[in-house]
Design a protein around this ligand. Structure first.
Ligand code: SAH
Length: 459
C-alpha cells in the first residue's frame, strides 16, 4: 500500500526538510505488523514526490493478536486486504514515519511547517465504504479537489463488478501538518475498519489530530463515529469535547447559516443538474467556482464550462480548483472562459444544461432582456436552472431596512410572483416548460430564502 505526496512549492525539495527524510536516501521505519519505506521517486527544484510504502505481514499481524478478527471463515485472518490497501496501518505509518511533520515541527527550517504549499496526494488503493459521495463529504469541506476512480474487483473479469477500492488523487494548498492530520484521521474513516482495539486513548488522538478543523467539519459526527468504530461511550466523550470547542455563539449564528445556505443551494443545483441527465453543463456567472468544484467529481458531466465576466473571479477559480495540476484527462473536461451573458457567445451553445446561480439579479433590466435572448434563443440548452433571492424573505433579516436589498450589487430582488411572471413569459416565448422550487427552509407565508426555476426545452 502506497501514499505519495507531491509538491510544486519552490523549491520543491523543501519537502525533504518538512518530512525530516532526506530525498537521496531510502529509509525504513518499523511498525507493529510490518515495515514502512520512505523514498523519493521524483526530486527536482520544481516538483518533488515522497512515497510511503507499507510492507505489512498478515501472518505476523495475527500472531501479534491485533489483526482482523477471523469470525467469518477460518482463513480470513490470513487472507485479507490489509496488506494491500490504505487503512489505519497507513495512519500508524504516517504518525511514526512523519511524526515531526504531523506535529508541525521542523528543526532545520522552523518557518516551513506554517507555510501552506500546493500538494497532490495519491492513494492508489483506498477502501471507501460509502463511495464517491463519502469522499466528497469528507474532503470537499476541507478544500480538496478530488479525483477518484473506482477499481474493478478484477480487471480480467469485468463481469464481477466493481470493488469498494478507489484510486484517489487529492489536490489542495495547505500546510504539511494540516495535510497529514486530515489523512491520519480520514483514511481509516473511509475504510471504516481499524486494525487495533479502540480504547480511550483513541479519543485523545482524534481530538489532538483534529483540533484545528474537526469541530467545524460538517461531517464531524460521521467522522467521530467511524473513527471510534461505533463505540458508543467513546463517541459521546468525543462529541462532548468537540462541543466544548465550538465557536462562540454569536459568530456561529451569524456566519454559519449564511455559508450553509449557499452551500446547500449549490448542492441542490448540482442534484438538479444531475437529474436532468445532462452530460455537458455550463455554470454561467460561475464566480469563484464553488459550483464547479461540486460538479467536477461527478462523472456524468463529461464537459463542464465555467463562464464569468470577471477575470479576477476566473483566476481565483483556476487557483482554487487547481486545474493546471489535475491529470490531463480531467483538465480536458473543464474549461473556464471569460465572457458576458449579454453577448451572443458560440462557446455556450450546444450544452445540455446551464445553471445561473444568483446571477440574474446582478444585471439591470435592459441587460437582462439581452441575457434572455442570448440564453434562450441562441444558446438554447435543453435545461436551464436559475436561482435568485426571494425578496419576500428579506423581512427575516433584522439588519435590512425595509425595501433594501441583500447585496449592494443587486439591481433587483423579486417576490415569488415577479419571478414566476418572468419565468412563465420566457417559457411561452421560447418554448420551455417551467417548474419552480423553494431553496432552503420554506416559511408558509413568505417562502424560502432563495427561489429556483427549472426550464425544460419542449421539443
Ligand atoms: N454563481 C456564483 C457567483 C454568484 S455572484 C455562486 O453562486 O457562487 C454573481 C456572478 O455573476 C459574479 O461572479 C459576476 O461576476 C457574474 N456576472 C455578473 N454579470 C455577468 C454577466 N453579464 N456575464 C457573466 N457573468 C456575470
Amino acid at each position: 500500500m502506497l501514499l505519495t505526496i507531491t509538491t510544486t512549492h519552490k523549491p520543491a525539495t523543501d519537502l525533504g526538510y518538512l518530512l525530516h527524510k532526506r530525498p537521496d536516501k531510502t529509509q525504513q521505519v518499523e511498525l507493529s505488523g510490518g515495515i514502512a519505506h520512505v523514498f523519493y521517486p521524483e526530486v527536482s527544484e520544481t516538483r518533488c514526490t515522497a512515497a510511503l510504502l507499507l510492507d505489512i505481514d498478515p501472518v505476523g499481524l495475527v500472531r501479534k493478536d491485533n489483526g482482523p478478527a477471523g469470525n467469518d471463515f477460518a482463513l480470513q485472518q490470513y487472507v485479507n486486504d490489509r496488506p494491500y490497501v490504505a487503512s489505519s496501518f497507513m495512519s500508524a505509518a504516517i504518525a511514526k514515519a512523519y511524526s515531526s511533520a504531523l506535529n508541525g515541527r521542523c528543526k532545520d527550517r522552523p518557518e516551513l511547517p506554517a507555510t501552506p504549499m500546493p500538494f497532490e496526494i495519491r492513494l492508489p488503493v483506498l477502501p471507501v465504504r460509502g463511495g464517491e459521495a463519502l469522499l466528497n463529504d469528507l474532503f470537499l469541506p476541507l478544500g480538496y479537489t478530488i479525483i477518484a476512480t473506482r477499481l474493478p474487483l478484477d480487471e480480467k473479469f469485468p463481469a464481477w463488478g466493481e470493488s469498494r477500492y478507489f484510486d484517489v488523487t487529492l489536490v489542495n494548498t495547505v500546510t504539511m501538518q494540516q495535510l497529514l492530520s486530515h489523512l491520519y484521521i480520514l483514511i481509516p474513516v473511509c475504510d471504516n475498519d481499524k486494525h487495533y482495539w479502540v480504547g480511550k486513548e483513541e479519543v485523545d488522538k482524534l481530538m489532538e489530530k483534529g483540533k484545528a478543523w474537526l469541530d467545524q467539519h460538517p461531517a464531524k459526527e460521521l467522522i467521530v463515529q467511524r473513527y471510534l468504530r461505533h463505540h458508543k461511550a467513546l463517541i459521546s466523550d468525543a462529541i462532548q469535547s468537540l462541543l466544548k470547542e465550538e465557536l462562540p455563539e454569536v459568530e456561529a449564528e451569524v456566519v454559519a447559516p449564511r455559508m450553509r445556505a449557499h452551500d446547500a443551494r449549490l448542492l441542490m443545483v448540482k442534484d438538479e443538474l444531475l437529474a436532468t441527465g445532462a452530460k455537458s453543463v455550463a455554470d454561467l456567472g460561475c464566480g469563484e467556482g464553488k459550483l464547479l468544484r461540486l460538479l467536477l467529481p461527478e462523472k456524468q458531466f463529461e464537459k463542464i464550462l465555467g463562464m464569468d465576466v470577471s477575470y479576477r473571479s476566473l483566476e481565483i477559480t483556476q487557483r482554487k480548483l487547481k486545474i493546471d495540476r489535475l491529470p490531463l484527462s480531467q483538465q480536458e473536461r473543464i474549461q473556464l472562459v471569460q465572457g458576458s451573458l449579454t453577448y451572443r457567445d458560440k462557446r455556450i451553445e450546444g450544452m445540455d444544461a446551464a445553471a445561473l446561480v444568483e446571477v440574474i439579479e446582478h444585471l439591470d433590466e435592459p441587460r437582462l432582456a439581452t441575457l434572455e435572448k442570448v440564453l434562450f434563443e441562441y444558446a438554447r440548452p435543453a435545461h436551464v436552472i436559475i436561482t435568485t433571492p426571494n425578496a419576500e424573505y428579506n423581512v427575516k433579516f433584522e439588519s435590512l431596512f425595509s425595501g433594501h436589498m441583500r447585496h449592494s450589487d443587486h439591481r433587483f430582488e423579486w417576490t415569488r410572483e415577479q419571478f414566476r411572471n418572468w419565468g412563465d413569459r420566457l417559457g411561452n416565448e421560447y418554448g420551455y416548460a417551467v417548474q419552480y422550487k423553494a431553496v432552503g427552509e420554506e416559511d408558509a407565508e413568505i417562502g424560502a430564502l432563495t427561489q429556483m426555476a427549472i426550464f425544460k426545452k419542449k421539443e
